[in-house]
Design a protein around this ligand. Structure first.
Ligand SMILES: NC(=O)C1=CN([C@@H]2O[C@H](COP(=O)(O)OP(=O)(O)OC[C@H]3O[C@@H](n4cnc5c(N)ncnc54)[C@H](O)[C@@H]3O)[C@@H](O)[C@H]2O)C=CC1
Ligand SMILES: O=C(CO)COP(=O)(O)O
Length: 347
């Protein structure tokens, strides 16, 4: 069991995960670069910008010092948005204990390099043992975890021991943690479902109906699995918590920032205004761009992603995007590549 446990940073998800750790009896250091937020957490046990009306455990102590949070920590959970992951990983390098268990819970790719988050972390922290790197993902809105609603997640690592150490740290009566060896699959599933959630918000906002949303989710999962498999993931991971599980919650929950952003876009609000109004990270926007580029790199057909890219960045109307998706060349539902991969896994 780890002694010093830290969470970077104090956004919605970082604060919820710190609460899970505190409920498991850990004293948690929660890092934020915002001094006012640090003061509010320490003096009032609140993080009102991200989680209103929630009283935090006194076991959570906020700090403004990255050195203080990282130095001597046995376990660190990184929950910085994907756009800040490289910077934070690089800044923590001088202080990091190279044997620390490093768990990240971020859902996205790095813009430009198109790298997964474990790849970005490994780039910036070459001294750490890659076996100690874990990704946490799955259907888990902060707003429900903080209220101790029953939640299931998955932790993936190359090394089962590291995944089990993360499982030990976080599992409790309301937060059930599964392990999986498929790091790429868990990261890709967690990132790509946000694209489909943006589309679901648009679909709902435009009144396209339940059939359309079911179609979007199902065919969305097909293209997530297509790109994920091409990137080396186990296709069965997409039938699990980091695939269909997270897709369901993000496309149907009122808590989803991606769904809400899509819903606002349907009202005709321009993308930059939508992002400003949200005030929290909407990973699906950058992920749509990254997946659009990855689909070309891996020669994976992703028609929904392509259309959403055109809606977000080329000014295409969502109505025309839906029309073009419906009018695509007729095709089979299940592709040979997917059935071959699943047959091989089941052998
Ligand atoms: N909110 C949720 O329910 C869940 C979120 N996630 C993922 O967790 C990640 C973080 O999301 P949230 O906590 O929801 O975001 P948030 O928008 O609630 O908070 C993000 C925090 O990160 C800080 N930040 C941004 N860039 C930074 C940098 N370079 N250095 C230091 N601090 C920085 C911001 O100031 C803010 O305090 C995302 O990848 C998201 O997809 C995953 C599961 C659930
Ligand atoms: O990943 C999430 C739930 O599992 C959070 O999704 P949003 O970022 O859309 O709120």
């Amino acid at each position: 069991m780890s002694n010093k446990v830290s969470v970077l940073v104090a956004g919605s998800w970082g604060t919820a995960l710190a609460t899970v750790l505190a409920d498991n009896g850990h004293q948690v250091l929660l890092w934020s670069r915002n001094e006012e937020q640090v003061r509010e957490i320490n003096e009032q046990n609140r993080n009102s910008r991200f989680l209103q009306d929630v009283e935090l455990s006194p076991l959570i102590v906020a700090t403004h010092s990255l050195q203080g949070a990282v130095e001597g920590a046995d376990a660190i959970i990184m929950v910085v948005p994907s756009s800040g992951m490289r910077e934070v990983a690089s800044n923590m390098r001088p202080y990091l204990n190279k044997d620390a268990l490093l768990i990240h819970a971020t859902k996205g790719f790095e813009t430009g390099s198109l790298k997964r988050m474990t790849e970005v972390i490994a780039d910036e922290l070459p001294e750490i043992n890659p076996n100690r790197l874990v990704v946490l993902s799955g259907p888990s809105h902060a707003e429900e975890v903080i209220r101790k609603c029953p939640t299931t997640v998955v932790v993936a690592a190359q090394d089962l021991e590291a995944a089990e150490a993360a499982q030990d740290l976080l599992i409790n009566a309301y937060f059930r943690v599964y392990t999986n060896p498929d790091v790429a699959g868990v990261e890709v599933g967690g990132a790509l479902k946000n694209i489909i959630a943006l589309g679901a918000g648009l679909t709902d906002g435009l009144g396209f109906g339940d059939n359309a949303k079911a179609a979007l989710m199902t065919r969305g999962l097909a293209e997530i699995a297509r790109l994920g498999t091409a990137m080396g993931a186990n296709p069965l991971t997409f039938a699990g918590l980091a695939g269909i599980g997270d897709l369901i919650v993000t496309c149907t929950s009122q808590h989803s920032r991606n769904w809400r952003a899509g819903n606002k876009l349907a009202k005709g609000i321009p993308l930059d205004e939508v992002l400003q109004e949200m005030g929290m990270v909407v990973e699906g926007v950058k992920t749509t761009k990254a997946a659009y580029e990855l689909s070309r790199r891996y020669d994976a057909t992703m028609p929904i992603t392509d259309e959403l890219y055109k809606v977000l960045f080329d000014g295409k109307s969502p109505q025309l995007a839906a029309q073009d998706l419906m009018g695509r060349v007729r095709t089979h539902e299940i592709e040979e590549v997917a059935t071959d991969a699943i047959t091989n896994v089941l052998k």
